[in-house]
Design a protein around this ligand. Structure first.
Ligand code: UDP
Length: 382
């Protein structure tokens, strides 16, 4: 009946479903336990008419034209360059830390001296990670590195990950570098935009193919079961392809132990105000229990009477209680993941893909790229 079964209707699952159905006429079943498609990219209009990101802010950015062109088949775009402010020492300053941030927080003379050293060392317009800046010997560069570490990264990481920056894979803090320019934007990619009608519409369009059957509110374990080296679907042996985008430890019944994930408790509030804050997102590394506040109407510059914000309270993921958002990238957890990855290889028709199944910090553009690559290499190779 089906050629392919896909668990999870986020980007990885939906793109592979779309490619296999539209390019190869495969009959695809896509299962998701939630009531909606789109995974954590799901967005919807709230009761105040504001388009909110139900699982927290998702800002699309890429420098890869192929990704941009592919997604453009499913959406038109709203031009948007994301800006973030951080509340540091009583002031709202641009994040990532850049030369404007430097001048806002320090007297001109001191800022100028540090600016010159940063430009001399790294070149104007370049970026350096906090962990690399901390390796500098120069007294002033050391000072600024420690300042940034303590005021921007240390406490944010404690809240977000319950870890120190150094305990995490260095790629995590490298996502928010120190920018040696006056560009206040959060990202520097060539393409930055929001889907004009929201993310959910992209998924709807991807999954409308007559070859794709979507089953929502469905736990994959009730439909797809693991045998010794094969799968059963609805109780019968299944020899088609299985593409799994969920938590790999759950797939294999936690045989090597649980893989930790981080979750976020998002608290939405509607304020009877035209505007709540200056930037779309404000980070609070050192104050409050939440990490950041996002004000959604600022994304599309929509004209509503009120405004909806979301505060993000990071927390441990507990299965059945909350939603996994991020793998917890420590050496120990990455090693545990490798055991699952190795074990998965005995299932010849199984593909693991996505943030949860590959235990990787994919951005949206990364996972689009990965899904198209897996499609070409594994399902479209001659
Ligand atoms: N980070 C931080 N302070 C900030 C912003 C980011 O320490 O003000 C660190 C933190 O570890 C965070 C990581 O950089 O988890 C990546 O930030 P990003 O904004 O990319 O996180 P996401 O939007 O994926 O949650």
């Amino acid at each position: 009946m089906y050629d392919v079964v896909i668990v999870g209707a986020g980007f990885a699952g939906s793109i592979l479903a779309e490619r296999l159905a539209s390019q190869q006429n495969k009959k695809v079943l896509i299962i998701d336990k939630r009531f909606h498609i789109g995974g954590n990219c799901f967005d919807s209009f709230d009761e105040h008419g504001i388009l909110i990101h139900n699982y927290g802010p998702h800002l699309f950015h890429t420098s890869n034209k192929q990704i941009w062109d592919y997604l453009s088949k499913f959406t038109t775009w709203y031009n948007y360059h994301h800006k973030v402010e951080g509340f540091i020492d009583g002031q709202y300053v641009p994040i990532p830390f850049n030369l404007n941030t430097l001048y806002k927080l320090f007297p001109d003379k001191m800022a100028s001296s540090i600016e010159n050293k940063l430009i001399e060392k790294y070149g104007f317009g370049n970026r350096v990670t906090i962990l690399d800046l901390q390796k500098e010997d120069d007294k002033e560069l050391k000072f600024i590195a420690n300042f940034i570490y303590e005021k921007i990264f240390l406490n944010y990481s404690a809240k977000q990950w319950n870890k120190k920056v150094e305990e995490l894979d260095s790629a995590v803090s490298a996502r928010v570098p120190i920018v040696i320019s006056k560009d206040d934007r959060y990202f520097n990619d060539n393409y930055q935009a929001l889907p004009e009608q929201g993310y959910t519409k992209i998924f709807e369009k991807m999954l409308t193919d007559k070859n794709i059957h979507v089953m929502l509110n469905s736990n994959f374990k009730d439909i797809l079961t693991l045998e010794e080296k094969t799968f059963s679907l609805f109780g019968s042996e299944f020899n088609g392809e299985v593409i799994f985008t969920g938590m790999v430890d759950e797939l294999f019944d936690y045989k090597f132990g649980e893989l930790p994930y981080r979750s976020i408790d998002l608290k939405f509030e509607n304020k009877k105000l035209e505007s709540y804050q200056n930037a779309t997102t404000t980070n609070y590394p050192n104050d409050y229990d939440y990490t950041r506040i996002t004000e959604f109407k600022k994304m599309y510059n929509s004209k509503n009477d009120s405004t909806t914000i979301a505060k993000e309270y990071p927390q441990e993921f507990i299965n059945g209680v909350n939603t996994p958002y991020y793998p917890l990238f420590t050496d120990e957890n990455n090693t545990k993941y490798k055991q699952y990855e190795e074990y998965s290889k005995k299932f010849k028709n199984l593909t693991l893909i996505g943030r949860l199944a590959e235990y990787k910090y994919y951005d949206m553009d990364d996972i689009v790229a990965r899904a198209l690559e897996v499609y070409e290499d594994k399902f479209n190779a001659n």
